[in-house]
Design a protein around this ligand. Sequence first.
Ligand SMILES: [Zn+2]
Length: 450
Amino acid sequence: MSEDRILHEIEQNQDEYISFFQELIQAESYNPPGNEKNVALIIDKYLKDINITSEVFPFGDNRANLIAYLNDNFNGKNLLYNGHMDVVPPGNEEEWKYPPLSATIKRKRYLYGRGATDMKGGLAAMVISLKILKKLNISNAGNLILNAVADEEIGGRVGTQWCLDHILKSKKVHFIIIGEPTGLDPLPKGLILGEKGRIAIKIITNGISGHASLPAIGKNAIYMMNEIIQNLDELDEIIPKIKPPLTQEELKELISMAFPNKEIFEKILSEQPILQNLIKANCQFTKNLTMIKGGIKSNVVPDRCEAVIDFRLLPGQNTETVLNGLKKLINKLGYQVKDEPTGLPKEIFVYLEVEEAGEASFYSDWRNSPFLKDFYSIVEKIYQRKPFYFIMPASADAKFYRNTNYCQPTILFGPGNGQLAHAINENIEIKDFINAIKVYTLFAYNFLTN
Ligand SMILES: [Zn+2]
């Protein structure tokens, strides 16, 4: 058995792999509501057809998680591949060049569809790597576990977290790869070591209703909200400063290693405002007002206004950090923050409601991992370009593994460009998908045999 045989096997079976990937896209799993079972059943059949142990764990209305094992020995080194089966809804389907569930191939080069990038490509590639390793019958010095999960797009509690708490906890795992898209055009592939946390907080301002012709009577809840929004930047001062896991200088250094020299990197950086912003966002707490609602009629003073703010946190910051900061700010503006959403008639107050909360996480000992070094060199070899280590401003399921100390050595790597995730006309380069199959298979092969 050699690496060449694996690569040859993959070259020979590309068409079969591509149709399996298309099948996953065609299995609708928009979240909300989820429907991940549509995808789980296809994966389950694909694996069972080659005698791989696979189990589907259904829940709710047509939802499911799936766990499969290359063999039944868990006493050696264990590697876990995680990929989510849910995708975000397509938005306005009229705007898509090809229907989002069609999995249309264009010029034999690109595959279009919701989930092509985020992340049915990475998921399919992981499933296929399991099949190849089974077929090649490698020794059982360790195990490869596949966890296909639900719910990633809504926070992962009934997906990755459920699987960890109920099935995986008893099995020691030494390294985890999550197959999220880690391309960042025009950069080479990223190996993602950390992610920011995300908290969504709904602010509700409660004023006093009245006739709009008498502005002095009543208390306009939209004006109250406006005051809070206008002063939101003060939070940057109120919330205690914290050291980011990697500084802007360190991040620049890490990306520049993927370029022939620093001058070339500096030139690209100066032409890429997205990259500049990305580096900056990775090193600080950020906030963004994303939803607002208020008023019931054009001639009535509104007594209620709701706004949702999306906060992105660094490791070490949590829900309390943000809630305390917001309370301080709102008190400073002269409003009381109540613990209950309802008050007496004609009571003026603000209420804060945490809608979603996930902490940041970071694989801190990454520089000392022989697994990661091997993974890096495989990616470099297959993609014929040096990848780079990085962290990302969005959140992913890695936090469940890292922050519970189940497996700190968790990274994200997968086919597709991050910029196309959740986008209209989401697509992936087929070559990228095939390369990911090669990387996942070769790495697991090395991991399980060395
Ligand atoms: Zn994703």
